[in-house]
Design a protein around this ligand. Structure first.
Ligand code: NAD
Length: 297
């Protein structure tokens, strides 16, 4: 029987545990605060930011939101980040990507104070992750690591194949899986748009992580019996629905489910874990900045 992982349920359990960590902070007079900054008219970005704000509200994390016109000068964004870097009630800062073309994305990532960088994308935090001394693990790969652990999927010695080499999913995922620590010790292969014979690689996977942003790229013929399949993709495809589209993953769920030992659905798999780990990082950031020890899930 294929085990379909429930990211909503695992995420909820972690968020419930985070309530205890937040209570520890509260006893020390600290309320964790997350600032979101949106500089985009993209409805998907607006939805992501409002989901993050709602998740904060539900857990008792203060959420502070700044919205800038998409055509505002870049300096307006940098000034906003600087103000948030200096605001003591703000422990985490998240600038929703993508930013408009006239804003240098790398400069944005560098502008956030590394101790408030709850996305984990500042070069200092990327370096710490690679060096095995992570401060903030990027939310999506960290959420996947937690999902695997919750399902009892052993990473040690496993052949993990990651499809996608982005800075936010593929690269940090590899770096988590190769660390000498629980949830790591895997043997990793990274595939990308120039990879030859993709299915040859994916069939070697004990754990296959699809993060290509390509609808249903991976089907059942590309995986081996018993593989753990983690589908990160969220793709809008035209469909005869009220909205005119539906969301599909990078994996063709029905055919992959026939072969997989463990599989995540889209939606309801990786997505809820990403938001949960953002809350986790915000609590961690508050604990570091306020020097209050808390137990994290
Ligand atoms: P990206 O576009 O930055 O990177 C995609 C990567 O996939 C690239 O490295 C590219 O080389 C590789 N790729 C593309 N087509 C390929 C192919 N045919 N064969 C092999 N490799 C291929 O994307 P991203 O930001 O990493 O996101 C990937 C997907 O995950 C998107 O659908 C995105 O919406 C989704 N996502 C979901 C969550 C979540 O929480 N559920 C979080 C982040 C991203």
């Amino acid at each position: 029987m294929t085990h379909v992982l429930d990211g909503n349920a695992v995420g909820k359990r972690i968020r419930d545990d985070l309530r205890d960590s937040i209570a520890d902070l509260d006893s020390a007079g600290v309320k964790p605060g997350l600032a979101t900054v949106l500089m985009s008219d993209d409805p998907a970005s607006e939805t992501y930011v409002s989901m993050k704000q709602r998740a904060c509200d539900n857990l008792g994390i203060e959420s502070i939101h700044h919205e800038l016109d998409a055509d505002a000068p870049a300096d307006e964004l940098f000034d906003t980040v600087e103000t948030l870097n200096n605001a003591s009630e703000v422990h985490g800062i998240l600038v929703q990507m993508p930013v408009p073309d006239h804003v240098d994305k790398r400069e944005v990532l560098r502008s956030v104070d590394p101790v408030k960088d709850v996305d984990g994308f500042h070069p200092e935090n990327v370096g710490r992750l690679v060096a095995g001394d992570a401060r903030f693990k990027p939310c999506t790969p960290h959420g996947i690591q937690m999902l695997l652990a919750d399902a009892g999927v052993e990473t040690e010695g496993a052949d993990a194949v990651i499809v996608g080499r982005s800075d936010i999913v593929g690269k940090p995922m590899v770096n988590l899986l190769i660390q000498k620590e629980p949830g790591g010790n895997a043997t990793t292969t990274v595939c990308h748009s120039r990879t030859k014979n993709l299915s040859e690689k994916t069939r070697q996977a004990d754990i296959l992580i699809a993060a290509a942003g390509s609808p249903e790229l991976i089907d059942g013929s590309m995986i081996t019996e018993g593989t753990t399949v983690i589908d990160v993709g969220v793709n809008r495809v035209d469909a005869d629905t009220e909205k005119g589209y539906e969301l599909v993953g990078d994996v063709e769920f029905e055919s992959a489910k026939e072969k997989a030992g463990v599989i995540t659905p889209v939606p309801g798999g990786v997505g809820p874990m990403t938001i949960t780990m953002l809350l986790y990082n915000t609590v961690k950031a508050a604990s570091i900045q306020e020097d209050v020890a808390v137990d994290l899930p």
